[in-house]
Design a protein around this ligand. Structure first.
Ligand SMILES: O=C(O)CCC(=O)C(=O)O
Length: 365
């Protein structure tokens, strides 16, 4: 493998992806979308595709959302630092663990307040991924489209899940991939994506981490992080693309394939724009709020085809690979995820890599 996998990374960029993500200034026809992007498993950003959505003018006004959802209870995800579904040290475990957020059913107006005015040591993110737009936010249905028409026609189906995301500058989503074709529409603020194609899987240093769950005590104002029982392991990317300045050197040494390989595709999706995020692409997401103090997005997950690309991906992922720049890196650092991938959060139905992915809504590394 030594040397060959690096040629693969370069070749896909030379033949197909280039160095930047394509921008379309109007929605593509279904044929163009299918031919130029879906079948090539290639992302793009589309402007002027959702200009007709009332949401673009209505949702950036917090009082509008709070009034529309005054009697709704929503699933609010709470963490101490905005890093949910992320790799963190566990206080009483010698290694790192995969930490999921505390999910608190909360009246929407109160949830929005917590997001817009974060108290110390508590970061709230509305990011329930289980088709939450249709199940928890029905009152907002007429403010945007139930699907993206040209994408539905190209893909031959309606979305399997539609999700709403409302967060602030502190919330980040760690590197993962999904087994869905994703149309991600930003309504307020900006979303910053780092993207890597599935060919770059070895650069993600996917390893098995014990699953843990935050629980938040309102009385004490404290989080506890507890390992799940019975024990469960989650395959997850070890790479934090934005380590604290003091850790940068160490992280570069630990993950040379990520830090020294081709730069990830970096895209900012602004309010009114839609990102096509192809199935199986690794993505890390952060956000900048708009004047309303939050970032709001709706995304549409369409079933992907479990076709020859998927089979090639599984084969590639099963191959061991050693760092190009640091021959002392143990092979195990890049090969630990060759087995099937479990779902860490069945509520969110996120993340799996085996056949069960077909029934999951948000699948992952
Ligand atoms: O917006 C986010 O925080 C994450 C989005 C994401 O991971 C997805 O749409 O698959």
């Amino acid at each position: 493998m030594e040397g060959k996998v690096e040629s693969l990374w370069e070749e896909v960029r030379e033949l197909s992806l280039g160095t930047t993500v394509d921008r379309l200034h109007s929605p593509p026809t279904p044929l163009q979308f299918l031919r130029d992007f879906v079948s090539q498993n290639k992302p793009c950003i589309i402007s002027n595709a959702i200009s007709h959505w009332p949401a673009l003018s209505l949702w950036p006004t917090p009082s509008y959302l709070s009034a529309a959802l005054s009697s709704s209870t929503v699933s609010l995800h709470l963490t101490p630092d905005g890093h949910a579904d992320a790799i963190v040290p566990h206080p009483s475990h010698p290694s790192l663990c995969f930490a999921s957020a505390h999910v608190q059913p909360t009246p929407f107006p109160q949830a929005l307040d917590l997001i817009r005015r974060p108290p110390n040591h508590l970061v709230a993110y509305l990011q329930q991924q289980n088709d939450c737009f249709r199940t928890e936010y029905g009152e907002l249905e007429s403010d945007c489209d139930g699907h993206i028409p040209w994408a539905s026609e190209a893909l031959g189906c309606l979305p399997e899940a539609v999700n709403l995301w409302i967060g602030n500058h502190l919330s980040q989503t760690s590197f993962h991939k999904d087994h869905y074709e994703n149309l991600y529409a930003v309504v307020s603020g900006e979303k910053h994506f780092l993207l890597l194609p599935p060919t770059d899987v070895h650069r993600m240093y996917i390893k098995q981490y014990p699953a843990a769950q935050y629980s938040y005590s309102q009385e004490k104002g404290e989080f506890r992080l507890e390992l799940e029982e019975p024990e469960r392991y989650v395959p997850w990317s070890s790479v934090d693309p934005y380590p604290a300045t003091g850790n940068l050197k160490q992280e570069r040494l630990k993950f040379p394939l990520y830090f020294n390989g081709p730069k990830p595709f970096e895209v900012t999706v602004k309010a009114g724009e839609v990102l096509y995020l192809p199935s199986m692409w690794f993505h890390h997401v952060s956000q900048s709020p708009g004047d309303d103090g939050c970032t709001i997005a709706v995304n549409y997950w369409y079933d992907m085809q479990f076709d020859i690309k998927y089979a090639y991906f599984n084969f590639l992922q099963s191959l061991p690979c050693r760092s190009i720049d640091d021959p002392t890196t143990p092979e195990s650092a890049c090969e630990e995820d060759s087995g099937p991938i479990a779902s860490p959060n069945h509520l969110n139905r996120r993340f799996s890599g085996d056949e069960s992915a077909k029934t999951n809504v948000h699948d992952n590394v």
